[in-house]
Write a protein that binds this ligand. Sequence first.
Ligand code: RRO
Length: 316
Amino acid sequence: PDLSTTVAGIRLSTCIYNASGPRSGSAEALHKIAQSSAGAVLSKSATLLAQDGNPLPRTWQHTEASLNSEGLPNKGIDYYISDETISEILQSDSSKPYMVSLSGKTTADNITMLRKMVGNTKIAAIELNLACPNIIGKPVVGYDMEQMKDILDQVSQIPNLPPMGIKLPPYLDSVQFQQVATLINQYEWIQFVVSINTLGNATAVSVEAGMPYISSNDGFAGLSGPAVKYTALANVRKWRQMLRPNIDVVGVGGIVTGRDVLEFLLCGAAAVQVGTQHWSEGPKCFDRIVQELSDCMKELGHESVTSLVGTLQPWN
Ligand code: RRO
């Protein structure tokens, strides 16, 4: 089967790539993704300046779920957009799309970072992260309609950016979906939406220690992994139903197998990202999941990824 797809008009040789965050903070780690069957390579969310992130322990892993309160450890935007870093990541395969995730600590920082990327043709796309749950004392932008409108308005003022998408938090209520869709649909520059970021403010408890497993942010952290897959599928499905047809939906949340990918495609994802599983299994997960997707599609008689997107059937 043909596993290729497009996101914002960019061709991906396979519809599966990495989520921002796990194993995506250095050129060395990103190069391993570039060498795999992943259809694109996406950086860790960058801030204006390099930072270490929250104190350890700040992650916890279990079979069905993981938690993180990383607090945006990253090398700073200049690192992720430099020619040197990009050539180290892509090396001989410069046809693989390299995308950069941004998560400025303020709207002004996001605008400053975006201005640095104007006219940069080596960056295939930008994923503007409006959904980090782990900045202590800061709201998730995607849950604050006023702050979200303000940043989207300000981005509209910058010409000649690479193709742009936004990363959204999970939503749970139909009124929220309606408000956010109405807002997003007004901005022509939004070419794709990535859904979902982690579910914020989860806690895992150690009964032996009588404490949360995570020390940062009083043990409150973003939940990911198989436990969030059903929420992610529903978010993807809602966005495919509610957003302009020329906005691609990229699905992310709890993907472990090729069969999981198929579920996201049916719900309307044009491509998918893998986060938690990439973290635990390493970059060989992309080769495995691509093979499983291919096998599963063959078994079910599906010829291409693009013909499957959004074909989930109603009951009546
Ligand atoms: O670095 C983090 O703590 C982090 C970010 Br920026 C994000 O968007 N989502 C997440 O679960 N962790």
